[in-house]
Write a protein that binds this ligand. Structure first.
Ligand SMILES: Cc1cc2nc3c(=O)[nH]c(=O)nc-3n(C[C@H](O)[C@H](O)[C@H](O)COP(=O)(O)O)c2cc1C
Length: 384
């Protein structure tokens, strides 16, 4: 892809391509963004252990997650509103994931509805769900996910209340209400003509596909945020997992675990997997990076459930680092959102090829010939 030689380049391309209110929404974290920075810095800080002269002519990057064979130990994380970054964006990203042989996870608050995405790909996708006050609506969404052939449910538990994302106020995504707010966003769109043409004009309808039925005619961004504030359920507790279980018989993955005791509770209720995640530093600022949180969690529950991790993963080296710290698989969040914004499906495909190539180098030089062989043996001075 012209202009991008690494996944990080896509961030800069996305910054140029997107209206600021959309770029800052992807790029930003909560409050002072301490955790957002920690995710990246702590992961970068993990030193890989170089080993040589071990014949690494054959490398196996495949793995299996929840009964699904993957070409890479990677999945695309749920990213809300991603469909606004490129025309029918979630469809493009799901196609790129399918071509790369990895799962795509659709957010509850995607632009494209479930049926649009699942009818564009053959491979089963994963579906992410938040706890919503209206259990009847949750039932409907789960039935849709089942009907559309989604293979795995990712139940996100770290958003009983939304984090304070101040960048969204500065950029005009939130806070700037009414006519003035709309005009500010329209102006940003008009001054980014490639986006205006691709998404603004040809990417319609601009709505949250899965929640459109309950939002009705209220399709503005402010309506969306108001819906989230009023409908995400802060009473959510472990007891609600019974409800989810009764409506979903497939693999259940609890996303947003950062503490060993919560990981043990997830194993106790019989979840198939967890995602060690702090929502990419978008919820409680000040919590540890996932690179720091992961090892004790993997040690505590790694033999009872599948441990996935995300947060700050921007390269194949980072994927190897997460696996070495104890993850069985890694979710990419911003990495795919930037690539999608910069270059659509081709951008996401290219980013995934970069991740694969970087993984190959890291595996070869840490002497790990297969994903299974990547463990703490691949790290220098691991003492956390
Ligand atoms: C713009 C944006 C929107 C997100 N929306 C959701 C969402 O709808 N549901 C969810 O479970 N996580 C959501 N996340 C969190 C991601 O799934 C993932 O945990 C996070 O992006 C990982 O950090 P990274 O972006 O640094 O890789 C979102 C993240 C971003 C950046």
């Amino acid at each position: 892809m012209r202009g991008a030689a690494s996944a990080l380049d896509y961030r800069e391309l996305a910054r140029r391509r997107l209206p600021p209110f959309l770029f800052e929404y992807i790029d930003g974290g909560s409050y002072a963004e301490v955790t957002l920075r920690r995710n990246i810095a702590d992961l970068e800080d993990i030193a890989l252990r170089q080993r040589v002269l071990t014949d690494v002519s054959t490398l196996d990057l495949t793995t299996e997650l929840f009964g699904q064979k993957l070409k890479l130990p990677v999945a695309l994380a749920p990213v809300g509103l991603a469909g606004m970054n490129a025309r029918r964006g979630e469809v493009q990203a799901a196609r790129a994931a399918e071509a790369a042989g990895i799962p795509f996870c659709l957010s509850t608050v995607s632009a494209c509805p479930l049926s649009e995405v699942t009818s564009a790909v053959q491979a089963p996708i994963w579906f992410q769900l938040y706890m919503i006050r209206d259990r009847g609506f949750m039932r409907e969404l789960l039935a849709q996910a089942r009907g559309a052939g989604c293979s795995t449910l990712v139940f996100t538990v770290d958003m009983p209340v939304p984090g304070s994302r101040y960048r969204d106020y500065h950029s005009g995504l939130a806070g700037a209400s009414g006519f003035a707010g709309t005009m500010r966003r329209v102006w940003q769109g008009m001054t980014h003509p490639r986006w205006a043409w691709d998404v603004g004009i040809h990417g319609r309808p601009h709505q949250l596909g899965n929640v459109a039925p309950v939002l009705g005619k209220n399709t503005g961004l402010e309506d969306f945020f108001a819906w989230m504030r009023n409908n995400f359920d802060p009473t959510v507790s472990w007891r609600d997992l019974d409800f989810i279980r009764s409506e979903w018989s497939g693999p259940l993955v609890i996303k947003g675990i950062l503490d060993k005791d919560d990981a043990i509770a997830a194993a106790d209720i019989g979840a198939e997997g967890i995602v060690v995640s702090n929502h990419g530093g978008r919820q409680l600022d000040g919590v540890p990076s996932t690179a720091r949180a992961l090892p004790p969690i993997a040690d505590a529950v790694g033999d009872r459930l599948t441990v996935l991790a995300d947060g700050g993963v921007r390269s194949g080296l980072d994927v190897v680092r997460m696996l070495a710290l104890g993850a069985n698989g890694v979710l990419l969040g911003r990495a795919w959102a930037y690539a999608l914004a910069a270059a659509g499906e081709q951008g996401v495909s290219h980013m995934l090829r970069l991740v694969e190539a970087e993984m190959r180098v890291a595996m070869a030089l840490t002497s790990c010939r297969s994903v299974r062989e990547i463990g703490r043996n691949a790290l220098v001075d691991f003492d956390r």
